[in-house]
Design a protein around this ligand. Structure first.
Ligand SMILES: N[C@@H](CCC(=O)N[C@@H](CS)C(=O)NCC(=O)O)C(=O)O
Length: 211
């Protein structure tokens, strides 16, 4: 088994946070996305979408999509549960996971593509798309801040995959993309500091990341 990884990039980082929380060790192979190694064979033979991460099993089967990879490990190693165990926990965690994905990661990714100097040479940047995405991300942050005023973690009183994905997303947004949450979002700040202090939070992108 091997994880195709780029240390610190937000989607592989979800898996890396998850694996550290679970105490699972997996061999890694570095894929250099800065040279677009992931956009050509042999990588695209393993994942036609070209995205990282991929988990390659010993029989050559490849699983892409960060959350799908985590679900695979969860089925193999159910304890400690990070996707919930009761029907309500499972649904609640999935609901918050989807909210983090759709209300935060998606608009932050749009700002990264359409308004960041590091991606200017890679895409035809459409600034109004980024402006709209900043508004959507601010709403996503507010939803999280409100939730975290009533709950210790994103999906309730226990750490879950929603927190792993949330941390990878918020660090990417704040440190690299330039989409910070507001100073008034004290609940989100409390959560951000708390999950950042866990050993699983190691492995951020360097703040001077460049390509
Ligand atoms: N939905 C995918 C998204 C993966 C993704 O966008 N990965 C980024 C790195 S964080 C990537 O592959 N970037 C390089 C590229 O798209 O060429 C997942 O959750 O794994």
């Amino acid at each position: 088994m091997k994880l195709y990884d780029f240390q610190g990039a937000p989607h592989p980082r979800r898996v890396n946070i998850y694996l550290l929380e679970k105490g699972i060790e997996v061999p890694r192979e570095h894929v250099d996305i800065t040279t677009q190694e992931n956009r050509k064979p042999p990588y695209t033979e393993k994942n036609p979408v070209g995205s990282i991460p991929i988990l390659e099993l010993d029989d050559g089967t490849c699983i892409s999509e960060s959350v799908a990879i985590c679900r695979y490990f969860e089925a193999l190693h159910p304890d400690p549960p990070l996707f919930g165990t009761t029907p309500l926990e499972i649904a609640t965690i999935d609901m918050w996971l989807r909210r983090v994905e759709l209300s935060l990661m998606s608009p932050v990714g749009t700002v990264w593509i359409h308004d960041h100097p590091l991606t200017a040479g890679m895409f035809d940047q459409i600034k109004p798309a980024a402006d709209q995405a900043r508004i959507t991300a601010a709403f996503g942050y507010k939803v999280l801040d409100d939730q975290l005023g009533n709950a210790t973690f994103i999906a309730g009183e226990t750490y879950s995959i929603a927190d792993a994905v949330g941390l990878a997303t918020v660090d990417f947004a704040v440190d690299l993309v330039g989409v910070p949450y507001g100073d008034d979002m004290v609940n989100l700040k409390r959560w951000h500091e708390m999950v950042s202090a866990r050993p699983s939070a190691a492995g951020k992108l360097p703040t001077d990341f460049d390509f």
